[in-house]
Write a protein that binds this ligand. Sequence first.
Ligand code: TEU
Ligand code: CA
Length: 591
Amino acid sequence: GREKKWWKQASVYQIYPASFCDSNGDGIGDIPGITSKLDYIASLGVDAIWVCPMYDSPQIDMGYDIANYEDVYRPYGTVQDMETLIRETHARGMRIMLDLVINHTSDQHAWFKESRASKDSPKRDWYIWKPAKYSDAGERLPPNNWRGNFGGGSAWEWDEATEEYYLHLFATEQPDLNWENPVTRRAIYASAMEFWLDRGVDGFRVDTVNMYSKHQDYPDAPVVDPRTPFQPAGSVYCNGPRMHEFLSEMNAILSRYGAVTVGELPCTPDMAKVIKYVSAGEKQLDMVFQFDLVDIGFGTTHKFDTTPRNWTLPDVKAAIERTQSIIRGTDAWTTAFIENHDQARSVSRFTDDSAEFRVAGAKLLALMQSCLSGTQYIYQGQEIGSVNTPKVGYPPENYLDIDSSLYYKMVQERCGADDPAELDRAFSAMQHLARDHARVPMAWDGKAKYGGFSEPAIKAGQDVAEPWMKAHPLAGEINVAAQLDDPRSVLAFWRRMLAFRKEHADVLVYGDYTGLQEDNKETFVFLKEAQGGSQRALVVLNFTKAPQTWTVPSAEELGLAAQDTVKMTRILSTYEGKSDGQTLRPFEGLV
Ligand code: TEU
Ligand code: CA
């Protein structure tokens, strides 16, 4: 749908509370820290913020394991601090979205404690409990072969006290809620949604939105990894039979508040299915995050069962084509993003993060992303061109995410000491793809202690504790203070692109996307075209560290009349100085 809406042309800035800004010097980011940086965020030219889970939680999965939806994790602050953040965000003309995590709760949530207490508990079926299966030899087995999302274990956990298994698609401490029960659904809506909508939030990023409805016969997943009894099962448990019914029910509440939603949509290769989630007429979600681009290079048996960079540029083009194409001729809407708190840094993954090329690489990606249609999402630190922590100087022990640490432990147990090469391969995969890279403390000031993560406390003359996660070894070089007044910085370029995108919204935000020269492995070329063809933009991106020449597409290639001559005007480059439009410098991008 090309009907204009604030949230369609918005650029949204994503914040990870633990790692954004520590106001009181205890080494943990917090809500007042976010509030203290709102002027900075607004100065980027973004329209909204999305705050990752700040709810009460034992932090097994960094707050995606929620113990109480209606309270705030104490080290981050209080509900009152959130009310202040909401008010101050609005005062600057921005909107605020929260994370809605309702496929599962923490095992410390009062609902689960009650559920697990006994088989007769009135909340027993608020979660998914199943009896054991037994092998012919009498060995106790989980109800099916699904693997949990973290590490290599089963998605089912045996409960000794009541002698049944409960389902957890993610960590053992994240039991899945039973959406089949209407009373449970009502409680979820009241506690997780209405509580915060009543406090003025403008919408939600909806976690794992296609996992609520499970096939009630819990079928086995196909075997892709013969080394283990537990198989990756996303293709089986995603997009279950009652998904759209549940989303309609939720939508009725959300639309009463005019709340905007962006759902996380993994494991959905079928485009017709994707469109059904985001078609305006279906009244489900406003938009989704497809995983095509960010999953590039992942292993098939496990995301980390891979080696860095086993992809080619045409893979990137195909992924982008898929997410861009869902708005063509439909009433659906899409998103443009390349980073979030679950992904390593895009400069390291898709360009070259050496000192020589990383600024050029970050600008290339900023230009690319800013020219894609859909709502744009920028992750904290992306605006300064943050890179992954290096292999030397940031060892595996520094990786704290459950996703990385359980994988590393699994490989160690499987073959560690006997196979140092395999252990090193695992570390390389983590150095390339781990979620930890997005979670290192934000570097505000390279000259201050720990990259200035606790800047407000330092300014107040307080002594500050070491951050909860080790600071980035390059915080001295890549940080906000070093870029704020530098017109050639990545930060300055992002500001420029965000303004440029606004200025040319018809073609850049709302336009149709056409990929060109799709087999070219060095250069990425695409055309954007405003509805009705009133405006066109050609985007040309050199994804290599060598200069590239390329040919301006012919009139025919651009869908113009054959006799038209193609002349490019008003070239915007990621580099300083004039471009001839035909020789691309290393990682140069042009519009
Ligand atoms: O992520 C769900 C998800 O499908 C993945 O991106 C997941 O992080 C990946 O499989 C791990 O390699 C969401 C959240 O964004 C993530 O942070 C949470 O850990 C997860 O849900 C559980 O709530
Ligand atoms: Ca703090």
